[in-house]
Structure formats: structure tokens, C-alpha cells
Ligand binder design. Structure first.
Ligand code: ATP
Ligand code: MG
Length: 652
């Protein structure tokens, strides 16, 4: 079935060549693949020269103690200097670094010169509060400029930040503060979401009743909500940071100085504290942002809609774009506040030319209707990116057509918290793109697909995605747990990094991500990917979103159970719809892939970063108590789904 379905997806007309003008002026051309292939380490050494080093590295990679890598180990640099000061020194101090758009409609433009002053003040403030190089600082903020400023202030003084997503509970904050042993917490009274102020500080106050070691809490005033105050511990940002000098001499740190700890989204289980360091991480964040988005810092306006609380926000809001001197938009709120065209209004207002968002958002926009983006002038856009989950071909094509005027290249970027930066993606001026495929490892990156015995599969075959060579922005370990680092990523296949994702190669050798290995279904002896069945369902006009799981089944081993969100016009009570959908999947992928049960639901369980949590749906499909829901965006969704379910019924 797999090859048939791929053949379906790969029809000739579903390939898109790069626009000629983009290709002619692209930052990176096809030559980069050749160059990196001939000398991978030399290639990365050259990319490291994108940065300004206090001491140039002479060593490239130290892989003498795998899987513990050191990149550019004898080099020294200051990450914040690279993201801010050097642009001012180059004469670009008046360039806008951040166009901040608050949810209520307030806005603020921050130039690189202003950013330098703010970061310097915040660095002086942290130093005054006793933070030293090597310490950890927890950051729990809304999407406001102070989030970026806090991260850079930590980097500037050699402290590692641990950003905790602003939607997480006191519990999640407490465990992350404890695990990282953070000394200071930076938070806010609240932020604006869905049209109203949403408090943040109470969760920090609550978390701090459970953990020791936090001496100071720095509080940004954003919403003017009332806050409880612990004298001696709590301090207002505007007072403490506000009275600091804007002069701060950045000190150079080792390339392997810890830059941040970030906990994974927890889509598949308990989050892991992923440790990233400085020189290698910044090299790859900077290079990939330059290559994959074709950023022209003088003219582009870039917007990544991710939250700063997950890795996309770290690498493609803070470190990649700012190291490249980009002008970018940061938006505080939700896409439907005060109306469902808010994103497109922002693109129009700032003339956004590069947009980076997630499949979950794209499917939501599809559900809301084509007429909404059509009301806005989106002609400034020239490159569109996607990250977070496999993007269904249907959503990819919709994105290109309705947002990208059928001309913008769509770059589907595969990577993880662990990889630190993009690993597999088309290059917008080079690649002939295929909807639904991340396609090819970037220059300098070695990725492939292997079978159970670690043998590389031939073109047309499927298996496990692995990374076969170390890369500069790779995680260095799981914070405080080297053994778990080895066990989780380096033990499944000898000498290879196991990503945990299923994938296949098509006849051209292009890579298609098929979802988590844990999610692959085994039906009557056939491996079937959840992603493919979901994409088949989403390609039916009645379906807006789908989540598919394999549930234990006496006769077939596993049976396919699909949860679907219908589009506005479709009727969930319509008996024939379910059989229509089953037949549609059968016609697209083959009879074996027909779901045994299809359950229309109003919502799907998603993490805070918008990923579907299939393990919870598997619990429902197998009539079990649902597992850990702490990283779920909205915990009431599971109750809703269970209440909606008909008594376990099945079709033949
Ligand atoms: P946890 O590891 O705790 O379960 P998580 O894997 O969801 O959480 P992230 O690091 O945010 O945490 O997500 C990385 C994962 O997201 C990848 O392993 C992959 O499954 C998925 N992913 C990201 N981008 C893409 C993409 N372009 N195509 C397919 N899958 C993607
Ligand atoms: Mg993961």
C-alpha cells in the first residue's frame, strides 16, 4: 500500500520548481550539497565563520567520546554579541530587530541599537541579582520582547536559560525549575490571550512553594493585573532593569558553554531536559535560517509564529534571525483574536515576506475558509515554512495556493528540540518541492532511513529516520542524565542517532516523514503509517482534521481507529458519511488502510505546540484510563472526546 499511496502523492503536476527570480538570487545554491559532501567538517568550519568569534576555533569536531560531541571547542564567543552588538557596530543600529504586535493592538518597534541597550541593562540586572556564568535562569513569559531580551541577557553573561512555555501549569514550572536548579525566575504579571489578560505570576508563586533555591523573581509588568508579592524575593523588571546602565561589555565564553536547557514537548511521554551549547548551536541556527528561508536582512520581514517556549521559538525567533540581523515580527496572541484574519492582517501591516508556521495552524485556517486570507494583501510573501508535524499534502497545497499566491516555495522543515536546528528541508531556490515531503538533508547533514537491522533502505522503502553523522547544533546530553541520553538516542542503532520518527524514501530518494515510530500501526502484518491515513482523510472535502491510532484488535493485531473533525458544512449524524470516508481512504491507500472505526469529534488532544497526542487517543480507543495529560493544551478535550464517543461499535 505504501508505494501505491506514494505514487498517488507524487503525480507529476504536484511538483513545484523554485520561482526563477528566487533561484537566481538564492543565498544557497545546489553547489552547497557538493561542497559539504566533499568536506563536511570543512563546510561547517566555513559556516562557523558566519559568526564573530573572540577566539577563532581551530578544532572543528571532537567526536573522541561519542555520543558526547564538542564542536569548535577551542573557540570563544559571546552569543548575545553575535545576535545584537555586531549589527550595531556594522552600522545597522537603526534597523528594526523586532516589530512587536500585542494582542490588544498595541505595537512597539525595537531597533538593533535599542535591543543592545535593553539586553545590556537586563544583563547588568541579572548580575546584580547574583546570577553568574554557568547558573540557570528560568523564563516564564508571554510572547513579548522581554522574552527575547531575557534569553539574550542570560547568554550575554554565560548563564543558561530554561524557558518554560507560558501556558504550562505550576506543576510543570516546579519540576523544570527543580530539574535545572534555577536561581532566578523571570516572569510577568500576565499576557494577553483570546482577548483578555491571562495571569502568569500566580503559577510561579505556586511553583515556588514547592521548590527551593530560587532567590529572586523578576516580574515584567504587561497586563497590570493585581499580583501577590513576596518582599525580598519579587522585583519589578521596570525598576531593576530600568535603572541599570546600558553599557555592558560582553565577555567571551567557550564554544561549549551551556546556552540553554529546553524540555521537549512531551508528545510521546515525560519531557526530557535537552541541553544545547553555544558555538555549534549558533552556527547551525544561523546557517539554516539563512539557507532555508533565504533571508535577505536588508529587505525581508520575517515572521515565525511559534511560541518562544518551544524550540522553534529559540532557534527561529531568537538565535537564527537575530544572529543574521533580520527584521522580524513577534505577535503576542492567538490567531482568532479579535477575528480569524488576524495573522493576515499582520502580514499586510508589516509587509511580511517570510512566514514560518505549523501544520496545525494551517489546517485551522483551512477550516475557517479561503475567504478570510483572501481579504488581505499577502503579496509581500515570498517564502513559506512549516514545522512541527508532517504536513498533509492537502494542507501544503492549500498553504501555497491561498497564502502564497501559488508562487511561494513551501519549505517543510523536519527537526526536533534535540537537533537544535533544521536538518531536513527543501532549499527554496534549489529544490523542486513535493507537497508533504521534507525531502532531503541540508548540506552538511547526514540523514537516512534504516530497517530494523540498521540497514539503509533502498529508494521506495520505509523504516526509521536516523542521523548518521554528528551535527553542530546537536543536543549535548539530557540535563543531569547522560545515561538516559545514551539510552534514548544512541542505543537503538549502533553509532547512529535514532530520532524516534518513521520515514520512507521515495523513488528519487526524497524523505517522507511518517509520524512517530510509536504511532506506526501493524494491521494484519502490514505496517501502516498514521500520517498517511490522516492525509487521506484530510483530502476528503468533509474533513478538516484527522488523528489516527492503532487499537489492539483480536483478529488483525491492530485496527485503525480515526478521530475526525468535520468541516463546517458536514453533518456528523450522516450515516453515509462514515462509509464514504472509509471508502475514500480505501481508494486512496488500498483496502487494508480502511479505518475500522471513524469517530467524528469536536476537538483533538494537542500539546501546547499544537501536536496531536495520539497516545491519549489510543487510550480512548482501547478503553483505558487516559495517561499523563500535563502537556495537553486543554485538558478538558479528553473528557469531551470520551463523552462524545458512542459505545464501542465497529464496522466490518
Ligand atoms: P517528546 O519528544 O517529548 O515526545 P516532541 O517530540 O513533540 O516531544 P519536539 O522536539 O517539539 O517535541 O518535536 C519534534 C518532533 O516533531 C519530531 O520528532 C517529529 O516527530 C515532529 N516534526 C517536527 N517537524 C516535522 C516535520 N516537518 N515533518 C514531520 N514531523 C515533524
Ligand atoms: Mg521528540
Amino acid at each position: 500500500m505504501s508505494n501505491e499511496s506514494l505514487a498517488n502523492l507524487l503525480k507529476e503536476e504536484r511538483r513545484f520548481a523554485p520561482p526563477a527570480d528566487l533561484a537566481a538570487n538564492a543565498n544557497v545554491t545546489a553547489e552547497a550539497y557538493e561542497q559539504a559532501k566533499a568536506d563536511r567538517l570543512g563546510f561547517w568550519a566555513e559556516q562557523a565563520r558566519r559568526l564573530t568569534w573572540a577566539t577563532e576555533p581551530t578544532e572543528i569536531l571532537d567526536w573522541s567520546n561519542p555520543p558526547f560531541a564538542k564542536w569548535f571547542a577551542d573557540g570563544k564567543l559571546n552569543v548575545a554579541y553575535n545576535c545584537v552588538d555586531r549589527h550595531v557596530e556594522a552600522g545597522n543600529g537603526d534597523r528594526v530587530a523586532i516589530h512587536f504586535e500585542g494582542e490588544p493592538g498595541d505595537s512597539r518597534a525595537i531597533t538593533y541599537a535599542e535591543l543592545k541597550d535593553e539586553v545590556s541593562r537586563a544583563a547588568n540586572a541579572l548580575t546584580e541579582l547574583g546570577v553568574q556564568a554557568g547558573d540557570r535562569v528560568a523564563v516564564y513569559l508571554p510572547m513579548i520582547p522581554e522574552a527575547v531580551i531575557s534569553m539574550l541577557a542570560c547568554a550575554r553573561i554565560g548563564a543558561a536559560h530554561s524557558v518554560v512555555f507560558g501556558g504550562f501549569s505550576a506543576d510543570a514550572i516546579a519540576t523544570r525549575i527543580q530539574d535545572a536548579d534555577a536561581k532566578v525566575v523571570i516572569t510577568a504579571d500576565g499576557g494577553y490571550r483570546r482577548g483578555k489578560p491571562s495571569a502568569l505570576k500566580p503559577a510561579v508563586d505556586d511553583a515556588l512553594t514547592r521548590v527551593d533555591g530560587v532567590a529572586k523573581v523578576l516580574v515584567v509588568k504587561r497586563t497590570e493585573q493585581d499580583v501577590a508579592w513576596t518582599e525580598g524575593r519579587d522585583l519589578w523588571w521596570h525598576e531593576v532593569v530600568g535603572r541599570q546602565s546600558a553599557e555592558h561589555a560582553p565577555q567571551a565564553f567557550d564554544a561549549e558553554q551551556p546556552l540553554f536547557i529546553l524540555y521537549t514537548s512531551g508528545t510521546t511521554g515525560k519531557p526530557k531536559g535537552i541541553l544545547h551549547t553555544s558555538g555549534g548551536y549558533l552556527t547551525q541556527a544561523s546557517y539554516t535560517h539563512h539557507a532555508v528561508f533565504d533571508l535577505k536582512p536588508e529587505t525581508d520581514v520575517y515572521w515565525c509564529t511559534a511560541d518562544i517556549g518551544w524550540v522553534t521559538g529559540h532557534s527561529y525567533i531568537t538565535y537564527g534571525p537575530l544572529s543574521n540581523g533580520a527584521t522580524q515580527v513577534i505577535y503576542e496572541g492567538t490567531p482568532d483574536t479579535p477575528h480569524q484574519g488576524r495573522f493576515w492582517e499582520i502580514v499586510q501591516k508589516y509587509g511580511v515576506s517570510i512566514l514560518y508556521t505549523a501544520p496545525t495552524a494551517i489546517r485551522t485556517f483551512m477550516k475557517w475558509g479561503d475567504d478570510i486570507p483572501a481579504k488581505f494583501d499577502l503579496s509581500s510573501l515570498r517564502v513559506l515554512g512549516s514545522v512541527g508535524e508532517p504536513i498533509n499534502p492537502e494542507a501544503w497545497v492549500w498553504y501555497r495556493k491561498n497564502i502564497g499566491a501559488d508562487t511561494c516555495p513551501v519549505v517543510d522543515t523536519w527537526w526536533q528540540t534535540e537537533t537544535g536546528a533544521i536538518m531536513i528541508s527543501p532549499l527554496p531556490g534549489v529544490t523542486e518541492t513535493k507537497p508533504g515531503s521534507a525531502q532531503r538533508a541540508l548540506p552538511g547533514i547526514s540523514a537516512t532511513v534504516v530497517d530494523d537491522e540498521a540497514n539503509e533502505v533502498p529508494n521506495g522503502g520505509g523504516g526509521y529516520l536516523v542521523l548518521t553523522e554528528p551535527w553542530p547544533s546537536m543536543l549535548r546530553t539530557i540535563w543531569g542524565d547522560d545515561q538516559r541520553f545514551i539510552d534514548t538516542y544512541w542505543s537503538r542503532f549502533e553509532g547512529k542517532y535514532f530520532a524516534g520518527d518513521g520515514a520512507k524514501k521515495d523513488e528519487d530518494g526524497d524523505i517522507w516523514l511518517l509520524g512517530r515510530v510509536d504511532d506506526v500501526m501493524l494491521v494484519s502484518g502490514h505496517n501502516i503509517s498514521t500520517t498517511e491515513v490522516e492525509s487521506a482523510l484530510v483530502s476528503h472535502p468533509a474533513v478538516a482534521e484527522a488523528a489516527v491510532v492503532g487499537a489492539a484488535d483480536e483478529t488483525t493485531g491492530q485496527a485503525i481507529v480515526a478521530f475526525v473533525i468535520l468541516r463546517g458544512s458536514a453533518n456528523a449524524e450522516d450515516e453515509s458519511l462514515v462509509s464514504d470516508l472509509r471508502n475514500h481512504v480505501g481508494a486512496t491507500l488500498g483496502p487494508i488502510a480502511k479505518p475500522k472505526r471513524i469517530l467524528p469529534v469536536a476537538e483533538l488532544p494537542k500539546t501546547r505546540s499544537g501536536k496531536i497526542m495520539r497516545r491519549l487517543l489510543r487510550d480512548v480507543a482501547e478503553n483505558r484510563a487516559v495517561g499523563d495529560v500535563t502537556t495537553l493544551a486543554d485538558s478538558s478535550v479528553m473528557d469531551l472526546i470520551q463523552a462524545e464517543l458512542p459505545a464501542a461499535s465497529s464496522e466490518d
